[in-house]
Design a protein around this ligand. Structure first.
Ligand SMILES: Cc1cc2nc3c(=O)[nH]c(=O)nc-3n(C[C@H](O)[C@H](O)[C@H](O)COP(=O)(O)OP(=O)(O)OC[C@H]3O[C@@H](n4cnc5c(N)ncnc54)[C@H](O)[C@@H]3O)c2cc1C
Length: 385
């Protein structure tokens, strides 16, 4: 219903590219927490960062189902951290550059991001709180033709090794929702420091705490209108949450596929595991849950692609798909017995990477708040104008 022959050949070639260029390096990057530069460049050369970006800046402007394939195939090589580096660059930082950046910003930051020459990150969350986005404390004070940034951000994906930062800060701290603005900031601007954080999963991705100490940036690095940072951020959360929903159904799908293959080969009590009815039923239930989420996510991707503002639906997608993925992967690990717990098998990494799903990009509790407001209070959210 959603994928044409062109989509499928893109899937095939991207899959082959990942197997050849990425998979041989994954274990090393999982250990070092650093994805080497050459692969960013290769992604750029192959056009993968430009699939949804405008042609005038080097992109291909393709429909959202190419993005769906990009995300699904990244999950199927089983490094949530590597995948996160790539989609945080392509779909968090670059979405803001494309939607709010002016022509100069697009030429200086978006075009090299598509080429894989510049890496970006998106800085919203702060040590004092992430869920309460409008409660952020980082400030950007206008001084002549500059802004001066002070404050800190945390848990930022690509926060150590990126070349630029898309930063949300308060330009008017008195005004909670209308006092936020969004900037692009060069990494080498004096006053920026980053500390790498250790974490449970997503080990190949670099996650940082970042401090801004009197960081002076040109006023022209303001993106969009001053005071509109909050609606810009909220608006793009719809895409980010759908991205995370799609990631979830794809990694759960991978877990089921792997478990089925394993059960075919593993023998207990004289027969292969896939002959035990209790385990067959378990797989039947897991596969059904994956399919329900996948089909829902595709239908929301179609609506988003058609220009519908899918705040409620993307929140529902992330809420239930990430829960489903955690539960399905937990069960899949169980099906491998002791091997499920071993690092040479994929389930251990998959389980710890998956746990970020209900936390990052809006926790499940916050998503329930949004959905409840829309379903019970009939609240309507509109995109930034
Ligand atoms: C590996 C990783 C990568 C990340 N990457 C990025 C990134 O690139 N950029 C970025 O900006 N952020 C990033 N984040 C941050 C992430 O989006 C936040 O962690 C998340 O939004 C939650 O914020 P918090 O951690 O401050 O939790 P808090 O807001 O302190 O919440 C703590 C707990 O309280 C609950 N809670 C809070 N408020 C309410 C409420 N009103 N009702 C009910 N429950 C509530 C939460 O659901 C949560 O369970 C990343 C996080 C991680 C772990």
């Amino acid at each position: 219903m959603y994928f044409t022959e062109e989509h499928e050949s893109f899937r095939q070639s991207f899959r082959e590219f990942l197997q050849k260029e990425v998979v041989p390096h994954i274990d090393k990057w999982e250990k070092t927490g650093t994805v080497e530069r050459f692969i960013w460049k290769k992604f750029g050369e192959m056009g993968y960062f430009g699939i949804n970006q405008p042609e005038e800046y080097g992109g291909m402007n393709l429909d959202l189902f190419y993005t769906v394939i990009f995300l699904e195939e990244l999950q199927k090589i089983n490094s949530g951290g590597f995948a996160a580096n790539m989609w945080a660059h392509g779909y968090l930082a670059m979405t803001h550059l494309n939607k709010e950046g002016d022509d100069r910003i697009k030429r200086e930051y978006l075009a090299p991001s598509i080429e894989g020459d510049k890496i970006g990150c998106l800085c919203i969350t702060e040590p004092f709180g992430g869920s309460d986005v409008a409660g952020m404390r980082t400030t950007a004070v206008k001084k002549g033709d500059t802004y001066v940034l002070n404050g800190s951000k945390t848990f930022i994906t690509n926060g150590v090794y990126s070349d630029y930062l898309v930063v949300v800060a308060k330009t008017n701290p008195e005004d909670k929702y209308k006092g936020m603005s969004i900037f692009v900031v060069d990494r080498d601007t004096p006053g920026i420091s980053a500390t790498k954080l250790d974490k449970l999963g997503w080990r190949a991705s670099d996650t940082a705490e970042i401090a801004f100490d009197n960081v002076v940036i040109p006023a022209e690095n303001l993106m969009g209108e001053e005071g509109k940072g909050f609606p810009y951020v909220m608006q793009h959360f719809a895409l980010e949450r759908l991205v995370m929903g799609i990631n979830a159904h794809a990694r759960a799908d991978y877990a089921v596929e792997y478990a089925v293959k394993y059960m075919e080969e593993r023998v207990a009590f004289g027969k292969s595991l896939d002959r035990f009815q209790v385990l067959r039923h378990k797989i039947a239930e897991m596969a059904s849950r994956v399919d329900m989420c996948r089909e829902y996510n595709y239908s929301i991707a179609k609506r988003l692609n058609d220009g519908v503002y899918v705040v409620k639906e993307a929140s529902m997608s992330k809420l239930l798909s990430t829960k489903m993925a955690d539960e399905v992967i937990y069960e899949a690990l169980q099906l491998l017995g002791g091997y499920g717990y071993m690092e040479e098998y994929p389930m251990a990494r998959l389980l710890r990477d998956s746990r970020l799903g209900p936390i990052g990009g809006g926790t499940s509790e916050i998503l329930k708040e949004i959905i409840a407001k829309m379903v019970i209070d009939k609240k309507e959210y509109k995109p930034a104008t």
